[in-house]
Every structure is written in structure tokens, then in C-alpha cells.
Design a protein around this ligand. Structure first.
Ligand code: DX5
Ligand code: ZN
Length: 217
């Protein structure tokens, strides 16, 4: 069964606490928190104080997706704020292995993401160091974009590498995932689908999550 990670970026920012609470009984697997610095991506979202204040409102795993230039500088802050899992971008760092090791040393899940132009081959050797591998299926920066079909092949490639090498790394896919493509995403080997618009765009979040899971099957 595919796991759904609603992305808060598509929520109503006036009522973030209530929006997070609206997921508590939906069967969503984790909450995806998009952190943007206006430099690594051309958009600014929210920071660790927001994550900290939302933490008591939810029992979901908090996965922080760092779309920032210097993740090492802020990892501790997000862990203190309540992150259970930290995802950074391969393109943002000099030494990805060092960052992965650092995150794991802090006792939280370590995840790395690649933008659409970065190949799976380039990072495959790092997969054993990752608890989760995040494949971007849009250029990071904004919610509500269209799923790039090239992502499907990348999911399949990563899945093959993970299976052949007996790894436990989970594959997560982020960007434009909805009921029209989630079956392809799941079929190619994704374990977790991030869904912003496809969950927060619907009044009934439980139904939205259920429909995504059922359509994937
Ligand atoms: C894009 C973000 C995504 C985005 C997904 O930069 O990383 O998490 O919020 O939103 P949808 O599902 O609407 O594409
Ligand atoms: Zn994201």
C-alpha cells in the first residue's frame, strides 16, 4: 500500500494548526513540511518556529523537506523543533555523504532529494546511507505544478538499485502527484507519495487520502 505524505504548502496558511489537525484521522503517513529560503528555490515558505508550534498538534511523522542552500546550518534547529526526518537537496551541498551521516548521528531519519535534472545514477552510491530518497517530479519551489513524466523512469531505476542491493531505503515522490498519476508512481516503485494540492485542495482530507491510496492500488 502506498503511503501518503500531505504537503502543508498547499494548506491555508491562516489556520496552519487546524490544517495539521485535519490530517490526524485521515490515515496519512507523514506530514511533509516544505522549507524554502528564496535562494535555493525562488520562493520563501516558513521556518523552524512554525514547525515547533505545529508539533503538538499532530501525531504524524514530521518530515522536513529542506529546499535551502546551507542545510547543515539548520538541521539541529529543525530537529529541536520536532522533525522526525530531515530531507535535504543533493544539489545544495558539497558533501552529501557527510550530511546524511550527520542527520543519522542525530537519531532522526536521513533523506536526500534530487531535482528533475539530476540523475539517479549520479547519486545511487549514496542510497545505502539514506532512510528515504526523495525524487522531485517538479522543479522545487511551488505547489500545484504538473507531474513531470520523466520522474516515473527515475523511480523505477532507484527501485531496481534498492532491490538489487537489498537496501531498505524508501522512495518518496514529490510534485504534482494526484489521482490521475498515482498508480504510475506506485507501479514504478514509490513507497511514499507527497500530495499537496491533491489533499489540501479537497474539503474532506480523509476522503482525499483514501482516494489516493485506492487509486494507487
Ligand atoms: C515543491 C514542494 C512540494 C509541493 C507539492 O517544491 O516540494 O512538496 O508542495 O505540492 P503539489 O502536490 O501540489 O505539487
Ligand atoms: Zn516538498
Amino acid at each position: 500500500m502506498i503511503k501518503i505524505a500531505p504537503s502543508l504548502l498547499a494548506a491555508d496558511f491562516c489556520c496552519l494548526g487546524n490544517e495539521v489537525e485535519s490530517l490526524n484521522t485521515t490515515g496519512a503517513y507523514m506530514l511533509h513540511l516544505d522549507i524554502m529560503d528564496g535562494i535555493f528555490v525562488p520562493n520563501i515558505s516558513f521556518g523552524y518556529d512554525v514547525v515547533k508550534q505545529l508539533r503538538p498538534r499532530s501525531q504524524l511523522i514530521f518530515d522536513v523537506h529542506l529546499m535551502i542552500t546551507d542545510p547543515m546550518k539548520y538541521i539541529d534547529k529543525f530537529i529541536e523543533a520536532g522533525a522526525d526526518s530531515i530531507t535535504f537537496h543533493y544539489e545544495a551541498v558539497e558533501n552529501a555523504e557527510e550530511v546524511l551521516d550527520y542527520i543519522r548521528s542525530k537519531g532522526v531519519a536521513a533523506a536526500m532529494s534530487i531535482k528533475p535534472k539530476t540523475s539517479v545514477e549520479e547519486i545511487a552510491h549514496l542510497l545505502p546511507k539514506m532512510d528515504m530518497f526523495l525524487i522531485m517530479s517538479v522543479e522545487p519551489g511551488f505547489g500545484g505544478q504538473k507531474y513531470m513524466p520523466q520522474a516515473t523512469e527515475k523511480i523505477a531505476k532507484a527501485k531496481q538499485y534498492i532491490t538489487e542491493n537489498g537496501l531498505k531505503t524508501l522512495i518518496q515522490v514529490d510534485g504534482g502527484v494526484n489521482a490521475s498519476n498515482i498508480a504510475r508512481v506506485y507501479g514504478a516503485g514509490a513507497d511514499i507519495a507527497v500530495a499537496g494540492t491533491a489533499v489540501f485542495g479537497k474539503a474532506d482530507r480523509a476522503l482525499a487520502v483514501k482516494e489516493l491510496v485506492e487509486t494507487a492500488e
